[in-house]
Design a protein around this ligand. Sequence first.
Ligand code: S3P
Length: 746
Amino acid sequence: MSGAREAMAAPLVGRLVVVGLGLIGGSFAKGLREAKACREVVGFDLNPRSRELAVELGVVDRCAESLEEACRGAEVVQMAVPILAMERLLEQLAGLDLGDAILTDVGSAKGSVVRRAAAAFGRMPDRFVPGHPIAGSEQSGVTAADGSLFRRHKVILTPLAETDPDALELVHRLWATLDAHVEHMDVVRHDEVLAATSHLPHLLAFGLVDSLARRHENLEIFRYAAGGFRDFTRIAGSDPVMWHDIFLANREAVLHTLDDFRADLDELRAAIDQQDGRKLLGVFTRAQAAREHFSKILARRAYVDVMHSKDLIFIAQPGGHLKGRLRVPGDKSISHRSIMLGSLAEGTTEVEGFLEGEDALATIQAFRDMGVVIEGPQQGNVTVHGVGLHGLKAPAGPLYMGNSGTSMRLLSGLLAAQSFDTELSGDASLSKRPMNRVAKPLREMGAVIETGADGRPPLRIKGGQRLSGMHYDMPMASAQVKSCLLLAGLYAQGETSVTEPAPTRDHTERMLRGFGYPVKVDGSTVTVEPGHKLTGTRIEVPADISSAAFFMVAASIAEASDIVLEHVGINPTRTGVIDILKLMGADISLENQREVGGEPVADIRVRSAQLKGIDIPEALVPLAIDEFPVLFVAAACAHGRTTLRGAEELRVKESDRIQVMADGLTTLGIKAEPTPDGIVIEGGRLGAGEVWAHGDHRIAMSFSVAALRSAGVIRIHDCANVATSFPNFLALAQRAGMQVRMEEPS
Ligand code: S3P
């Protein structure tokens, strides 16, 4: 039940008293009054005009003439006075009989308020809940009071060990009634966070403007200042008295961040002095990435969160056919590896065609966190300034891999051999995926790795271990496991070799060679030895055959289609989808075959064809492992039965792809029987319906393709993760002739 509706059922509070009727206090009072969350809202302010206005503007029910009168019979007293006035107010309140009243405040530094409360009352009152709404406005005073000021803003409550849980809960609910996002935080942490993210920037803005103004007394210099100056110094227009109060109140935490920042500034100074361009580029690219991440968080408040945390729905209209030439984004597997090997190389690596999807970006971020300077990506171009095999630095915190299994599994091998400890974590889907398949063999090599429950993430990897090479017979056909061990093998003593039960993608092997690192391949066994180095190179990432696969199936099943998919990687360890579709009767031809940077590519022409059901040869399974969701859609449109076996790996991908596809196809009226290691699908007529992608990008895109042959609209839930591998999927699909769009979040 939402806070507001709850309030209407029965007021949360009898009498609320708000002391200090400025913007924040006034908005708190007005919002709760409008929500009818209190039986009575009483205001008090030292300024008689503010008291009059508060009543006139409906901010409060009435105002009291004195603090004592205001607080009589109060259930909650909100202290919304300037932070330096808090001491006096607390002393006055300590002298009153407050009964069981709950005290709370809105001060932007919490340590000082808590200390002053303890001093005034002789100890910290257990019914005092310190709070801080992170909201404001350029305007001030009671006339600017706005009942919706705190909507979707954060409010931080900083309870202490002695804080009464009932009091905390009530204050929490009051803020929640105003639609604020309430969080609880420790006092010290709150003050540090605010010092860093709010107080320090204000100090810099005030300081810079004053410094320039004083040196150029007639202010002439500002005539030349442009947008950058205006943006950077906007906050120097804030209320000087309020900020004077805040700096005095949050002295320790501000000094602490200021000292850290001064040290960093000195380093920047030295870099300029010594013409250390790499250092400057490192700081600027990291800052740019951090700032971009931050803007996304800001945008998230309004929009993206709605997509990620609620539900992003694709609406796929029935019918359509595909025409034209398309280039799908860069290969995900190759993009990940270009950053990993580029970072470990000596010298610079230039990458073109890089996939700017969330998974590959997670890999970039991880290496930036370990001190690698990476420029871009910008229109697919990335420059990696390699640090050499032994140049990575300890990251400041856990490395976050998002949805990306490839990042986590490959990095675990590399990190097991570093001198520092690391922790790898991921989103809800990745946190459910099995990691023992890498942890176990790495431990056999001497690595020290802890996993979460049942071998799931997070992974805690201990640095400083000496790894020994070994031979590993892989129990499953996994390129991620193979690559993980090969990366560990670059650092291990002696040879490391991996034998695979069936061929899996060999991008790691090819790329290692591209960087000048020797790799021995003997049948199904790959071997590396330590003692060589990687040398920076140029990498052209071909378009991802796994993304192209959606359009191959789309053009095959939609009548009158004829498309060319340009510059697609056709590494033989990845072309199972073409072989399977051809066995089903698809009309696919490869044109303009060539080799680019060690990987074969081609333009792929696909025309519509009547498909037929087949028994999928097991040997093709690992070569088409990511393409099965969309191949199941092809099977649903084919004449007859399609049977898949030997594909139990599909159950541990971003979702259980056998079950999730079977559920969706069944909803759409297709007979789809899951088996432990595969599925049996009878071709038929696809109906309309509502299906769930379970946060799995490839499921979302597969059902979008299904609509080309469905009798009605397919509504696909939980599609936000399409951005992990194919950020412009909707735009390209529409351009090609599919009628799929995002449902506007309500
Ligand atoms: C990948 C290997 C495959 C594949 C994944 C990418 C890689 O996983 O499904 O999307 O880049 O090495 P497995 O190794 O688990 O088969």
